[in-house]
Design a protein around this ligand. Structure first.
Ligand code: CP
Length: 300
């Protein structure tokens, strides 16, 4: 992994994933220790879209490794607002830092960015494309809770625009996993992702009804309907609120269900679920720190 860009979960082998997760487990066991292995290292963050978890956990990760972070700041206070291109912005930033974390609304922007920078570039979300570092913390959490082989997972919600879904589905093809995709017809997985899964020989089924499948699952990975990606507000309204998981459903169909969500949530996971032992989405978010520590440790 050293000196590589991290752009898509499609680039991860099983060995890559296991190496990152094993290293992350070491960091997780010693969370309060600040390592000095990367003293002086600088991580640049360039977020062209809002973020809480990804941005702050990358900041925490580099600081816990002994390094520091420089942040482009809000887009409106950067020279992007004067018309500077993404390519020029990144060519400048790479001279200031040892690695760059980029979030951008345009799908394919991270791939494009690798044409312009030599320092490791980490895709922190490119539109409706990919979110590979989220996938590593998702896999870490699944491995901790139920294991990654002999896994039956449901992935529910906005499968069309949900970049965390695209990355997770592709990464899971490295394991012996049955994947059940649950969404309205209009928000099915993009054809390109379905083709990739088919090429990898993934065990995949698609559903519109989720209560019928709950009892078969080890993990249900719920996602928010990505309102900001819909070209038309009426299309969003037609599907919003269709998939709402509540505590009673879990208690009726599958008390052992592990519930994950990349967060933020809106109305798809009722707060009543938070107190159930299988509600692991806040631990999942917290796992972003050791996982991103492991990734940075291996890349820098
Ligand atoms: N899961 C995730 O990407 O959250 P943020 O948008 O807050 O970074």
């Amino acid at each position: 992994m050293r000196h590589e860009h991290v752009i898509s979960a499609k680039q991860f082998t099983r060995a890559d994933i296991e190496a990152v997760l094993d290293r992350a487990a070491d960091f997780a066991a010693n969370q309060q220790d600040v390592a000095d292995a990367h003293e002086g290292a600088l991580l640049a963050t360039a977020f062209f879209e809002p973020s809480t978890r990804t941005k702050m956990s990358f900041e925490a990760a580099i600081k816990r490794l002994g390094g520091d972070v420089i942040d482009m700041g809000p887009v409106e206070f950067s020279s992007v607002s004067k018309g500077e291109t993404l390519a020029d912005t990144l060519r400048v930033i790479e001279g200031y830092a040892d690695a760059i974390v980029l979030r951008h609304p345009m799908e394919g922007s991270a791939t494009m960015a690798t044409e312009y920078v030599d320092v490791p570039l980490l895709n922190a979300g490119d539109g409706a494309g990919q979110h590979p570092t989220q996938t590593l913390l998702d896999l870490f959490t699944i491995r901790e809770e139920v294991g990654l082989d002999d896994l039956t997972i449901g992935i529910m919600g906005d499968l069309k625009y949900g970049r965390t879904v695209h990355s997770l589905a592709q990464a899971l093809t490295n394991f012996d996993t049955a994947q059940h995709f649950i969404s309205p017809e209009s928000l099915r997985l993009p054809r390109s992702v379905r083709y990739d899964l088919h090429d990898q020989g993934a065990k995949v089924r698609e559903h519109e009804d989720f209560e019928a499948i709950l009892s078969e699952l080890d993990v249900l990975y719920v996602t928010r309907i990505q309102r900001e990606r819909f070209p038309d507000e009426d299309e969003y309204k037609a599907v919003s609120g269709q998939y709402q998981l509540d505590k009673e459903m879990i208690l009726e169909h599958n008390e052992d269900l592990t519930v994950l969500h990349p967060l933020p949530r809106v109305d798809e996971v009722a707060p009543g679920i938070d107190s159930l032992p299988g509600a692991k989405y806040f631990e999942q978010a917290h796992n972003g720190v050791p996982v991103r520590m492991a990734l940075l440790d291996m890349l820098l």
